[in-house]
Design a protein around this ligand. Structure first.
Ligand SMILES: Nc1ncnc2c1ncn2[C@@H]1O[C@H](COP(=O)(O)OP(=O)(O)OP(=O)(O)O)[C@@H](O)[C@H]1O
Ligand SMILES: [Mg+2]
Length: 310
C-alpha cells in the first residue's frame, strides 16, 4: 500500500519542554492508525503539526510524497480534524454551525444542505438540527464535533481523544461512525487515545508514544508478541492445585500469589488445547481456571515500567 502521509523526524519544543523528540512514521492510505500514549506524551502536539496548526521546529511532512503546503486549498480539503477541545458556536443551532463550517470549505447551496442532512443523520442528531448546541449533552457535542469536521468529506480524518468523558452509547456511536468511514469509504483515520481498549478495538496499526518518542509500533499482535508473557493462566489455589504444585511448575513459569497460581505456559504448552488436557489430568477443575490474554497495557508496562493510565 502507498503512504498517504510520511512524517520525517518531527521535533517540537515549548521553551524548555521537548514535546516531540524526533517522530518519524509512515501512514498508509486507507489505514486506521492509533496513536497511544499517556497524558503529556505529545499526541495533541503531533496532531496539530500534521494539520498545520503549529509548525515543527525540525522535520518534514510529506503528503502523497510531496512536502505538505498547509494553506493550499487542496490540502485544506484533504484533512478533517476533530480536536481534543470541542470548538463549536454554542449559541447557534446545529445547522447554523454546519453552515459556517461548510462555508470555510467552499460548500454552499443545495450541495451544502444535503451534506448537512447526511452528516446529521450519521451522528444521530438530525432531530436536534434546529437546537442551539449549548442544549446538547457532552456526548452529543462530541458527536456533533465530528460532524463538523467531516462535512467536507476529507480523505484523512484526525481524531484527538474523541471519546473522553462521554457515555458508552455515544462512544459506541462514534466507533461505528469511524469504522463505517474507514471500511466503507476507505478513509484514512488517525486516532489518538490513552484508552488501550479503544486502540485494540479500532486500529489496524498502532504507534505507542511516550515522552515525545515512538517507543513501539506495529499491529496489536506484533506488539503483544514483544512480550515474553503473551497469556497467563490463573489457577485457584485450592487443595488439589496446592498438592500438584510441583507438576504445575513443570508446565511453565509458576508464580504463587495470595489466592491463585499464575502460570505462564512454556512453549510446548503455549496452545491451550495442549495445556488443558494436562491440567485436567492433574485434577484441576475447569471452573478454577481463568485465562488472561496480554493487553496493550502490559506492552506499555513492559516498555516503560509505568501504567498507561495514571
Ligand atoms: N502550548 C503549550 N505551551 C507549553 N507547553 C505545552 C503546550 N502544549 C503542550 N505542551 C507540553 O508539551 C507536552 C506534550 O503535550 P501534548 O498536549 O501534546 O500531550 P498529549 O499526549 O496530547 O496529552 P493528553 O493526553 O493530556 O492530551 C506536555 O509536556 C505539555 O505540557
Ligand atoms: Mg492531547
Amino acid at each position: 500500500m502507498e503512504n498517504i502521509l510520511s512524517l520525517k523526524n518531527i521535533k517540537k519544543s515549548y521553551g524548555e519542554i521537548a514535546a516531540l523528540k524526533g517522530i518519524s512514521l509512515d501512514i498508509e492510505r486507507g489505514s486506521f492508525l492509533g496513536i497511544l500514549g499517556p497524558n503529556g506524551a505529545g499526541k495533541t502536539t503531533l496532531m496539530n503539526i500534521i494539520i498545520g496548526l503549529i509548525a515543527p521546529d525540525e522535520g518534514e511532512i510529506l503528503l502523497e510524497n510531496s512536502p505538505v503546503i498547509h494553506r493550499s486549498n487542496d490540502v485544506i480539503q484533504k484533512f478533517g480534524y476533530v480536536p481534543q477541545e470541542i470548538a463549536l458556536y454554542e449559541e447557534l443551532s446545529a445547522i447554523k454551525n454546519l453552515e459556517i463550517f461548510g462555508g470555510l470549505y467552499g460548500l454552499r447551496g443545495k450541495a451544502l444542505q444535503s451534506r448537512i442532512s447526511e452528516v446529521l443523520e450519521m451522528v444521530g442528531l438530525y432531530e436536534r438540527k434546529k437546537d442551539a448546541v449549548k442544549t446538547f449533552s457532552g456526548g452529543m457535542k462530541r458527536r456533533f464535533n465530528i460532524a463538523c469536521s467531516i462535512l467536507h468529506s476529507p480523505e484523512i480524518i484526525l481524531c484527538d481523544e474523541p471519546t473522553v468523558g462521554i457515555d458508552p452509547q455515544s462512544r459506541n456511536a462514534i466507533f461505528d461512525m469511524l469504522q463505517q468511514m474507514h471500511k466503507e469509504e476507505g478513509k484514512t483515520i488517525i486516532y489518538t487515545t490513552h484508552y488501550m481498549e479503544e486502540a485494540e478495538r479500532l486500529c489496524d496499526k498502532l504507534e505507542i508514544i511516550d515522552n515525545g518518542k515512538i517507543i513501539a509500533e506495529g499491529t496489536l499482535t506484533e506488539l503483544i508478541n514483544l512480550l515474553d508473557k503473551k497469556q497467563s493462566i490463573k489457577i485457584l489455589k485450592e487443595s488439589r492445585a496446592i498438592s500438584v504444585k510441583k507438576e504445575l511448575s513443570s508446565l511453565g513459569i509458576l508464580n504463587e500469589l495470595e489466592f491463585h497460581f499464575e502460570l505462564i505456559p512454556g512453549t510446548e504448552y503455549s496452545k491451550l488445547h495442549q495445556l488443558f488436557p494436562k491440567l485436567e489430568s492433574l485434577g484441576i477443575s475447569e471452573d478454577n481456571i481463568e485465562i488472561s490474554r496480554a493487553t496493550l497495557e502490559d506492552v506499555f508496562l513492559n516498555l516503560t515500567g509505568r501504567r498507561l493510565r495514571d
